[in-house]
Design a protein around this ligand. Structure first.
Ligand SMILES: [Zn+2]
Length: 162
């Protein structure tokens, strides 16, 4: 039977790159990661596979870069003069700034290099171009509440944090 109700899927994951280095894990959190199905809250290559799993299932999901955070875009690596940046504090490599990208969308830019008065920024996602491996375990699947649908995100069992 088809269920047209939007679901909340909660899962634990450990994310590694192709070299087997752990990039992120939910295992050190008190609760698994939860998302509203069909709202593009997780990367498409992961959502597609999770949609087919049941509670208790574990799976190793390999997601090619194109279905994860996409390929790096050279246009998003830009040099700007330091006085164009919002911060008046000292700028160091690795700092991040919100700024609008070429299509006007808000992006998070990381400082790659400092060259005198010039700052080289990268607006690509840090995992752009990376093939990823997710080891997942589905912990819980339930229907979304009306409140969650109205907010557009999943709520945790212990209530509301915003
Ligand atoms: Zn909410």
């Amino acid at each position: 039977m088809m269920n047209s109700q939007t679901r909340v899927i909660s899962f634990h994951y450990t994310l590694t790159n192709k070299a087997g280095e752990v990039i992120d894990t939910s295992r050190d959190q008190q609760e698994p990661f939860s998302y509203l199905e069909g709202k593009s809250q997780i990367i498409p290559g992961l959502e597609k596979v999770l949609a087919l799993l049941n509670v208790g299932d574990t799976k190793k999901i390999e997601v090619a870069a194109a279905d994860a955070y996409g390929m790096p875009d050279a246009q998003l690596v830009v040099e700007v003069s330091r006085d164009k940046l919002p911060s008046s504090n000292e700028i160091t490599v690795g700092d991040q700034f919100q700024a609008s990208g070429p299509q006007g969308e808000m992006l998070l830019f990381r400082v790659l290099e400092l060259n005198g008065d010039q700052v080289k920024l990268d607006g690509n996602h840090p995992l752009a171009g990376e093939d990823l491996v997710f080891d997942v375990e589905v912990m819980k699947i339930r229907d979304a509440t009306n409140e969650e649908l109205a907010h557009g995100h999943a709520h945790h069992g212990d209530g509301h944090h915003h």
